[in-house]
Design a protein around this ligand. Structure first.
Ligand code: 1GP
Length: 244
């Protein structure tokens, strides 16, 4: 999985990942929504959410998505969301948390489980910025202001120095403002290996394109898929056509 993602990114593509929050999606409609997203060019399904997520619902979603060749990747909020049904898991550390549980504690519990299940893990430094949403509250993040480029860059470099493949800059689900493109373009200059994932509050193709051109490697959208599918599909198409 890591190889497939890296290869696509190395071809100069920018990827779009569709986020399904098991607490919000409707099992009846998810297949047809996923089909439209795939036809529009989405490259990955992230499945996860912070509150109200059960492993049963997570498993049901992955089963419904089974037919699609697009990778199904767990976006975990805790150790209960590990399933062998997925293709991979974002093995995340919430780097700007004040609580060691979210930095290495949950990961310690998860590590032997992931190994046993032979689940591929994608090492990811998760950094919460700006609004932060529910993830910031639950994860006890020391949220970085949107405009504090120095801190965002320092955390991102730290993730890279730790050898993490991905730096996930998260503004929080439903954030009124996404991560700023100017922040992405500066952060990008400092990273030689780690790829940048950006999510939180991305609601239209203009901002998605700006973020991609600024250097985001993977754009994640969640809420907009539920709220306005047509808009979400426009974002996916816009991103899938970008070559850098
Ligand atoms: C993924 O939390 C985001 O990083 C998703 O945010 O739901 O606002 O798109 P939205």
């Amino acid at each position: 999985m890591r190889k497939i993602i890296q290869e696509k990114l190395n071809e100069g593509k920018v990827l779009h990942f569709s986020l399904f929050d098991p607490d919000k999606v409707d099992l009846e409609s998810i297949y047809s929504i996923a089909l439209k997203l795939v036809e529009s060019g989405t490259s990955g399904f992230l499945i996860g959410g912070t509150l109200g997520v059960s492993k049963e619902k997570l498993d049901s979603i992955i089963e419904i998505l089974e037919d699609f060749e697009v990778p199904k990747i767990i976006f975990p909020s805790n150790v209960n969301l590990i399933t062998e049904k997925a293709d991979a898991i974002l093995f995340m550390s919430l780097l700007n948390s004040d609580d060691i549980y979210y930095i290495t504690g949950a990961q310690l519990i998860a590590a032997p489980i992931i190994k046993k299940l032979k689940l591929e893990s994608l090492p990811t430094g998760y950094i919460i910025v700006g609004h932060g949403g529910t993830a910031a509250h639950v994860g006890k993040a020391r949220v970085i202001p949107y405009d504090n480029i120095e801190l965002i860059v320092a955390y991102s470099i730290m993730a890279e120095l730790f050898g993490m493949d991905f730096v996930y800059l998260e503004a929080g689900s439903g954030a009124p403002e996404p991560i700023r493109p100017s922040v992405i373009s500066i952060t990008k200059k400092y990273l030689e290996n780690s790829k940048i994932i950006v999510g939180g509050g991305i609601r239209n193709e203009e901002i998605a394109k700006e973020l991609a051109l600024a250097g985001a490697d993977i754009i994640v959208t969640g809420n907009i898929i539920e709220q306005n599918l047509e808009k979400a599909l426009k974002i996916v198409k816009e991103i899938s056509n970008i070559r850098r």
